[in-house]
Design a binder for this molecule. Structure first.
Ligand code: SF4
Ligand code: SF4
Length: 353
């Protein structure tokens, strides 16, 4: 069974799953009797999941998005202007960034380009010599308010990591709604026109794919050549690299798993697919994740589940950020973490092996 029907946000429907505690309870119930993620890690020689050097400073500007994809782990949508980072909080992020050795600022959402501070943040990070990533849903580049944005990003050498579920229309529209694929193709052409996706390290265009159902991501390197051939053959589009991501069993994808009666089998697939080699590259080890309201998390998934990072000095916010203490924490893990260690591993940077 593949994902179908774009959703409205859990939040707008006041669905019980809008509460992260309900999501965690459903995940725990579906995996009762199995070894926990912590136990599985320990058996694999990881008594604790500890940070490696901090490389990526990921800032989630908020949940506002022009789309309402069925698989969204953020519960983003057009009605989510309730969750938007303020300029003051952006400045606090920049002050914290200056304490760290992170070489990359990863800007995400929602659709971060809809946020009024997006260009301010990208500019400030670029001026600091950071590699800047824009996690882009493609269609947002076609909105009249974003005219000229593709060129603006190119001028600042921002890497565009564009989500595109599949190079075939059916699978993409099933997750994102009718017409989403066509808009994605138009936006990719625009990016190609301004210099993205032709092998220039200053204009990197990465595509991010996720499965259209309750199965694991396809092997990244073989999928990349298949995608490159298909998009060039069918649309004349080129891109630099493909990142393959497992769907995380949280938020609207969790809702779909429950409604389609796939939750137990998907969780078994993630647990049975545990790959000890994938552990060292999970993104919580080299990433700091900041939410729109300035809370700090080990990763974007923990952020969506309200699992705040735990440090020796308690819960830290971006305003009280202390890099030394941050690096001494242990990562907070729960059942959903099996999504990062199944198969070839999965992260915002694609497979971890
Ligand atoms: S484009 Fe991304 S953030 Fe927006 S609804 Fe889709 S998956 Fe969520
Ligand atoms: S979900 Fe987050 S905390 Fe858990 S393994 Fe993945 S990156 Fe780490």
């Amino acid at each position: 069974m593949t994902i179908s029907l774009p959703a409205s946000t859990l939040s707008s429907r006041r669905a019980p799953l809008a509460d992260p505690r309900e999501q965690l309870a459903r995940l725990e119930a579906s995996t009762a009797g199995r070894a926990s993620f912590q136990e599985t890690l320990r058996a694999a020689g990881w008594p604790d999941l500890t940070p490696a050097s901090l490389e990526i400073f990921q800032i989630n500007l908020g949940k506002l998005c022009n789309m309402t994809c069925r698989h969204c782990h953020v519960d983003a949508g057009p009605d989510r202007s309730d969750a938007m980072m303020t300029r003051e909080m952006v400045d606090a992020c920049l002050r914290a960034l200056d304490q760290t050795p992170a070489h990359t600022v990863d800007i995400t959402g929602g659709a971060p380009e809809l946020h009024p501070e997006f260009r301010y943040l990208a500019d400030a990070a670029h001026a600091r010599g950071k590699h800047v990533i824009d996690r882009c849903n493609l269609s947002v580049l076609l909105l009249p308010r974003n005219a000229g944005l593709a060129e603006w990003l190119a001028d600042r050498e921002v890497e565009v990591v564009a989500s595109l579920p599949h190079y075939r229309q059916r699978s993409t529209d099933a997750q994102r709604g009718d017409g989403a694929f066509e808009k994605s193709i138009a936006a990719l052409r625009l990016l190609n026109t301004v210099g993205y996706g032709h092998g220039n390290p200053r204009r990197i265009l990465s595509l991010m794919t996720n499965p259209a159902g309750a199965f694991l991501a396809a092997p990244q390197s073989s999928a990349e050549s298949e995608w490159k051939t298909a998009l060039h053959r069918d649309f004349g589009i080129t891109f630099d690299r493909l990142l393959a991501l497992n769907n995380m069993p949280i938020s609207r994808f969790l809702e779909w798993l429950i409604e389609s009666d796939n939750l137990d089998s998907y969780m078994s697939r993630l647990i049975d697919g545990f790959n000890p080699v994938a552990v060292s590259g999970v993104m919580c080890r080299n990433t700091l994740s900041v939410s729109w309201d300035g809370r700090l998390f080990d990763c974007d998934f923990n952020q969506m589940l309200d699992l705040d990072a735990e440090t020796a000095v308690g819960t830290m916010t971006i305003e009280s950020f202390d890099f030394e203490q941050w690096q001494k924490r242990s990562v907070v893990t729960r059942t959903h973490c099996f999504g990062c260690t199944a198969g070839a591993g999965s992260s915002c940077g694609g497979s971890t092996t």
